[in-house]
Design a protein around this ligand. Structure first.
Ligand SMILES: *Cc1c(COP(=O)(O)O)cnc(C)c1O
Length: 377
């Protein structure tokens, strides 16, 4: 289909993505189950998941059933673990698409049992235990009895997991959680259950992995950003670069208000560039962003001026006579990074990546060459 691409795009460097995968796998010394929920953190789940599969990931994981279904439609054959679990009403879909349920609540235990009834071969499930996050997961006692119920119904407990609440903030809390988890593993073993896949570590949790853990469950780090304030456990590079283009440049007299509400008023004669990328595309619209946000034009930083709009953001190029209409402006990538933008906006890098809008075409590159463009329009 012929599409007029919008002047903004998200470049996804598949060469870097593969390098990040290999670096994390080598560092961890065990297989990775890449997290490709939320459209692979905005990078486009279909293409990203197929790459991870080709690189040898034994399993992939998503949050919700529909995310798993869309990966099956994209041709992914590897086991897909549904971390939020499968409710009874979703059991048919999950069974039809061969998804792997996580048993994380009483409701998803019923859902998994229903999927098991619908499948002919013994269904493999993962059991999630809450060790201190208070989000999803069974208590250790519930997990022991769920493991028995699942086995009695002919299902296989193929995996067991927990999620760390503070791996990037408090090593003591993380290691106490892992102690509780290891206690449950020992209990399961006494029940005669020894799951193949034992997984705890998200990106930050890489620092807390123990030999009993057979699988690592990273998201952010694969996409090239380290959880903070940790020192990066392994060297990775950002995969996505979000760019817009300068539509027009205006020379404004001193005292001219810029953008909605006139919240920024030119304190001197100013050259203001209107960049075709806005909050619907992933530029955060917060007062802090207006106050301290920057974009990169032609290798140098320029400040954001006035309120970020849905489709446009204004930047100040008064001191940059080299900048022309049609030039590219980098919202985030190598410089600035998604973490810097997150700091300006008062959020985190996860939210910056997952906020890149659906209308932004994803342009995939390998070794610097464009290999595919995916656009919803
Ligand atoms: C999202 C998620 C991950 C990945 O976390 P990162 O910090 O991005 O590595 C891992 N495990 C669970 C349960 C998650 O929800």
């Amino acid at each position: 289909m012929a599409v007029r691409l919008r002047p903004e795009e998200a470049r996804i460097d598949l060469t870097r993505l593969a390098a990040n995968f290999r670096a994390i796998e080598a560092h961890a010394g065990r297989p990775l189950m890449p997290v490709v929920k939320a459209d692979a953190y905005g990078h486009g789940a279909a293409r990203v998941a197929r790459l991870f599969e080709a690189l040898g990931a034994p399993l992939l994981c998503v949050a919700f059933v529909e995310e798993g279904v869309s990966l099956r439609r994209a041709g992914v054959a590897a086991p897909i673990v549904v971390m939020a679990g499968v409710g009874p009403e979703e059991a048919g879909e999950a069974a039809d698409h061969g998804l792997t349920p996580v048993v994380a609540t009483p409701r998803t235990l019923e859902g998994a049992l229903e999927v098991g009834r619908l499948r002919t071969e013994p269904l493999r499930v993962h059991l999630k235990v809450d060790t201190g996050m208070s989000r999803l997961g069974l208590t250790p006692a519930e997990a022991r009895s769920a493991a028995r119920r699942v086995a009695d119904a002919g299902l296989v407990v193929d995996g067991v997991l927990t999620h760390l609440s503070s791996a990037d903030e408090s090593p003591g809390v993380a290691s106490a959680q892992v102690d509780v988890f290891d206690g449950l593993l020992a209990d399961l073993e006494r029940q005669g259950q020894r799951p193949q896949w034992v997984h705890v570590a998200n990106s930050a949790g890489l620092l807390h992995s123990r030999p009993s853990q057979t699988l690592i469950r990273p998201g952010l780090l694969l996409y090239g950003l380290s959880p903070r304030p940790l020192a990066p456990p392994v060297k990775v590079r950002p995969v996505m670069t979000l760019v817009g283009r300068i539509e027009v440049i205006h020379d404004l007299p001193k005292g001219t208000p810029v953008s909605y509400g006139g919240r920024w008023i030119a304190p001197r004669p100013s050259r203001i560039a209107t960049v075709a990328v806005g909050y619907a595309d992933g530029v955060p619209r917060t007062a802090a962003m207006t106050a301290s946000g920057q974009m990169n034009v032609g290798g140098g930083r320029v400040p954001v001026r006035g309120t970020v709009c849905m489709d446009f953001t204004m930047v100040d190029v008064t001191d940059r006579s080299d900048v022309r209409e049609g030039d590219e402006a980098v919202v985030f990538g190598d410089d600035p990074t998604a973490w810097e933008v997150a700091d300006w906006a008062g959020t985190n890098a996860w939210q910056i990546l997952t906020s890149v809008g659906l209308r932004v075409p994803r342009v995939y590159t390998e070794e610097g060459r464009v290999v595919a463009v995916e656009s919803r329009y």
